[in-house]
Ligand binder design. Structure first.
Ligand code: S3P
Length: 426
């Protein structure tokens, strides 16, 4: 993909559905009784991996226009798959499904692409094993492929060393089937979509500070899920709208769950002009239209409890910081190293090659903004968020930016480049 400077971005856009909520709607729909009707489902490759895993376990899932219907078979209705389950590039699929599979009465093997086979799975193997799960890494390296032999589980109180919704959700989903109560305490609250949706489906989940608890469920019941637009995808248009002079973009129906809205807080702290309109909170997940206008940005500090609320937006925030006056420091973000790629390395490499003043640190980056960027050849490391970040940076750089492996945006945002270009009037 080749990107060049644009005069401005103007117009209205509806971005695809939230990835985290889409995954969870299929997972809970599959283990609930009755039909779950999902509107706004994200048809990205990651969520399609989740659909195909549950189809392989006997769940009928169909598309009807823009709705997805999941014909759930109840908590004990999954069937042993005839083949290895392929989670593709999706960490959410691999980790959350492990929590559902550990307590079943059959065995499964989970695998995925080259990136998934390098991502840490010990973080879910440890708590699930404490609950009584039999789960091993077949290569012995703590990564997929994972073999899970279904077995009965007991509730635990897990003190998670990382603020990770995938770890928390894997334990809570296992807790649905365990004997006794299951609790997870995190260093900081991570996204709470599992808790919200589990309660909608009839489970009993409670949150007190950074501790979430669940009691075993007799049954879950299918229901309607309206998936709002993904704030992590909206982030690219927020950044582009703030960075490209003369821009004004209205981004419709974006999820603004408070455990995900760190990007809004940071943009505003950097002097960004973002207005929330038409707020709603149907089905427990708050949403709003976001109106963004070009702004003169200044640097900021990002760390601590804010990090889990904007973890996937840090690459694009790093690009934004290059166009902000002064210093931006990102700290407490070592988790970026174990995402679809090492995102600290990918950002520092790509932005440096465009002329930015950016330094890698142990757990983040330091950026001195205000230096003009020039186009370059960028390795996306086949990481969707890296590719989209550099497409946005390329809009404000002199000359041409070439993104290698640009198709990986299909993981979370099929149609991303078309949407970006349509706002540029191309
Ligand atoms: C996700 C949680 C986050 C996030 C990922 C999606 C989820 O990962 O980065 O894109 O849907 O639960 P961690 O739980 O590893 O922080």
């Amino acid at each position: 993909m080749k990107i060049t400077k644009v005069p401005c971005l103007k117009g209205e856009i509806t971005i695809p559905g939230d990835k985290s909520i889409s995954h969870r709607s299929v997972m809970l729909g599959s283990i609930a009784k009755g039909t779950t009707e999902i509107t706004g489902f994200l048809p990205g490759a990651d969520c399609l991996s989740t659909i195909s895993c549950f189809q392989a376990m006997g769940i009928e899932i169909q598309w009807e226009g823009n709705r997805v219907l999941v014909h759930g078979k109840g908590l004990r209705g999954l069937k042993e798959p005839k083949t290895v389950l392929d989670c593709g590039n999706s960490g959410t699929t691999t980790r959350l499904i492990s929590g559902i599979l550990a307590p079943q009465n059959f065995d499964v093997t989970l695998t995925g692409d080259a990136s998934i086979k390098k991502r840490p799975m010990k973080r879910i193997m440890e708590p699930l094993s404490q609950m009584g799960a039999q789960i091993i890494s077949l290569e012995g390296n703590g990564c997929a492929p994972l073999k899970i032999c279904g077995s009965p589980l007991c509730g635990i109180h897990y003190l998670s060393p990382v603020a990770s919704a995938q770890v928390k959700s894997a334990v809570l989903l296992a807790g649905l089937y365990a004997e006794g109560e299951t609790r997870v305490t995190e260093p900081y609250p991570s996204r709470n979509h599992s808790e919200v949706m589990l309660n909608q489906f009839g489970a009993h989940v409670q949150t007190e500070g950074t501790t979430v608890s669940i009691v075993p469920a007799q049954e879950l019941y299918g229901c309607g899920v309206d998936v709002p637009g993904d704030i992590s995808s909206a982030a690219f248009f927020l950044a582009a709208g703030l960075m490209v002079p003369g821009s004004q973009i209205l981004i419709k129906h974006v999820g603004i769950n408070p455990t995900r809205d760190g990007i809004l807080k940071v943009c505003q702290a950097m002097g960004g002009d973002i207005t929330l309109l038409n707020s709603s909170s149907d089905s427990g997940e708050p949403a709003a239209d976001l109106l963004v206008r070009h702004s003169n940005l200044h640097g900021t500090e990002i760390g601590g409890s804010l990090i889990p609320a904007l973890i996937d937006e840090l690459p694009v925030l790093a690009a934004m910081a290059c166009f902000a006056e002064g210093e931006t420091v990102i700290r407490d973000a070592a988790e970026l190293k174990v995402k679809e790629s090492n995102r600290i390395h990918a950002m520092v490499l790509g932005l440096s090659s465009m002329g930015a003043d950016i330094t890698e640190t142990e757990d983040g980056m330091v950026i001195h903004g205000g230096k003009p960027l020039h186009g370059s050849v960028i390795d996306s490391f086949l990481d969707h968020r890296i590719a989209m970040t550099f497409a946005v940076a390329g809009l404000c750089a002199q000359g041409e930016t070439t993104i290698l492996g640009a198709d990986c945006v299909n993981i979370s945002y099929p149609g991303f480049y078309q949407d970006l270009m349509s706002l540029a009037g191309k």
